[in-house]
Structures are given as structure tokens and as C-alpha cells.
Design a protein around this ligand. Structure first.
Ligand SMILES: NC(=O)c1ccc[n+]([C@@H]2O[C@H](COP(=O)([O-])OP(=O)(O)OC[C@H]3O[C@@H](n4cnc5c(N)ncnc54)[C@H](O)[C@@H]3O)[C@@H](O)[C@H]2O)c1
Length: 256
């Protein structure tokens, strides 16, 4: 929660991956706080649906069809956000996926490339699109979604994904430190397994999902809102000394 009541009222957050899961849940939490929400996603119908739900909570929204692997589309997303709301104070990069599970020797170039294009390039393009504007305002908070996988390496199923999320953690730290004296904070979140369509999208077998569950000391998946509330805190005025690091949200870890 913010330190100042109504802190988010009238401020604008740009969310990629807003059609589903963690991005959508975060959009609705910021709507609750009165923020304007730019809902960007490659899934246009889903982005519109989230924007309608934001409107339903009394906040303004803009739905955009954006493929974050395209720098041109990401730049266009930023221009449209500014045209609609005049300012963007917060960026939440939630668009991401593991695409499919594969053992290390079965990861082909195409899987590696598209995993990095979405999780790394998408985050890179969005930060480069937003930062000049934030620097002009001497204010901005960027939150990127990494994964606990980066800490564990993804053996047996997702080294491609874990490596991409490791890059997200490093890039976030670098950006935070490069702009630390210019009013910019950047943080990443490394969730454990969260109840969203993500596992379906990754084609995770029921056995793998069960193994994830057994690894979580709390013996449950997280809810997407349990990430969204942390995004709200990170963007708020309650933690101005917090920047650069990744925060693990995983029901007790599991570091084997
Ligand atoms: N759910 C989990 O268990 C889990 C765990 C750790 C990290 N994460 C990360 O959390 C983030 C959100 O995932 P989620 O669980 O909400 O999954 P999700 O599948 O529900 O949502 C991902 C969203 O990203 C969008 N997307 C995919 N490709 C895109 C592109 N090229 N351009 C724009 N949007 C695109 C999808 O349409 C979807 O709406 C991802 O970065 C994911 O890697 C998820």
C-alpha cells in the first residue's frame, strides 16, 4: 500500500502482458487505487477485456495490441500511452512465457531465440521506450517479472527460460544502478509457481506441475494478486530506498 492515500489516483501505469494472469491482476489492483492503466498485450481481445474491467472499477484504461518483441510496436505503445494520459509514471513488464518444456540438449535455436525475444528483448525495448520520458520527469518506477527459475537454472525442463529470466534480473539491476540518482527506481520480482494460464502456455505436464507444487513449502501455487500487490508497493512512495534487487515471492522457496 502507498504511504500517501490516493497516491496512485490520476497517475499512469503501462502494463505489458495485461490480458492475463499476473498482468491482468495487477491492472485491476492499480484500478482499485484510481490509476490510469494502459493494458498492452499481443492478445488484443484480452487487453480490451482487462481495460473494460479497469473501467468497471471506475478508472481510465487504454487497450493496446502490442507485440513486445517488436521495437516499433513497443515505441508505438509508449506514444499512444502518452497521447492518452500525458504521462507514464510506472512500467510493469509482465509479458513473458517459457513456450515449451525441454531438456537442455533438446533446446533448439528457435526455442532459445523466441524465449529471449519475448522475455529479454521485450523488457529491454519497453524500458528503453519509457526511460527518456521518465528521465525528463525525474521520476519513474519500473518493475520487471523474472522468475525463481533464474535462481534454480531450470534443469530438466527450462534452462532457456531460466537463462532469459536471469538476464531480466541483471538488466533490471543495471538500469536501477545507472539511473539511481535521477529519480528512477527499477526492481524485479521472481515468483515461484503462480496460478495463471502460464503453465498451460508452457505445456507443463501434470507431473511437472505436481513437482512444482511439492517444492513449495506452503504446498500451494501463489495467486496472481499476491504478485500484483507487491507491484503496487514497489511503485508506491512507501519504499523510496528500494531499487535494483529482485524479490522472491514463492511460498517459502525451495532452492534445491
Ligand atoms: N505463472 C507462473 O508460474 C510464473 C512464475 C514465474 C514467473 N512468471 C512470469 O510472470 C509473467 C506473467 O506470466 P503469467 O503467469 O501472468 O502468464 P500468462 O500466460 O497468464 O500471461 C502472459 C501474458 O503475456 C502475453 N504475451 C505473450 N507474448 C507476448 C508478446 N509477444 N507481446 C505482448 N504480450 C505477450 C500473453 O498474451 C499473456 O496475456 C511472465 O513474465 C512469466 O514468465 C510466471
Amino acid at each position: 500500500m502507498p504511504k500517501t492515500p490516493d497516491y496512485f489516483a490520476g497517475k499512469t501505469i503501462l502494463i505489458t502482458g495485461a490480458a492475463s494472469g499476473i498482468g491482468r491482476a495487477t491492472a485491476l489492483i492499480f484500478a482499485r487505487e484510481g490509476a490510469n492503466v494502459v493494458c498492452a498485450d499481443i492478445n488484443e481481445h484480452g487487453a480490451r477485456d482487462t481495460a473494460a474491467a479497469v473501467n468497471g472499477r471506475g478508472s481510465q484504461a487504454l487497450a493496446l495490441k502490442t507485440d513486445v518483441t517488436s521495437r516499433a510496436q513497443v515505441n508505438d505503445m509508449m506514444e499512444r500511452a502518452l497521447a492518452a494520459f500525458g504521462n507514464v509514471q510506472f512500467l510493469f513488464n509482465s509479458a513473458g512465457a517459457a513456450f515449451r518444456r525441454a531438456k537442455f540438449l533438446e533446446i533448439d535455436d528457435a526455442l532459445m531465440e523466441k524465449t529471449f525475444a519475448l522475455n529479454v528483448d521485450g523488457t529491454f525495448y519497453a524500458m528503453q521506450a519509457v526511460l527518456p520520458h521518465m528521465l525528463k520527469n525525474k521520476f519513474g518506477v519500473i518493475v520487471n517479472v523474472a522468475s525463481m527459475a533464474h535462481r534454480r537454472g531450470g534443469p530438466g525442463s527450462s534452462i532457456h527460460y531460466a537463462a532469459a529470466k536471469g538476464a531480466v534480473v541483471s538488466m533490471t539491476m543495471g538500469v536501477a544502478r545507472e539511473f539511481a540518482t535521477q529519480g528512477i527506481r527499477a526492481l524485479s520480482i521472481s515468483p515461484g509457481p503462480i496460478k495463471t494460464p502460464f503453465q498451460d502456455a508452457a505445456g507443463s505436464s501434470p507431473e511437472l506441475v505436481q513437482r512444482f507444487l511439492e517444492d513449495v513449502p506452503m504446498k500451494r501455487f501463489g495467486e496472481p494478486e499476491e504478485i500484483g500487490e507487491l507491484v503496487l508497493f514497489m511503485c508506491s512512495d512507501a519504499c523510496p530506498f528500494m531499487t535494483a534487487d529482485t524479490v522472491y515471492v514463492n511460498g517459502g522457496g525451495g532452492w534445491r
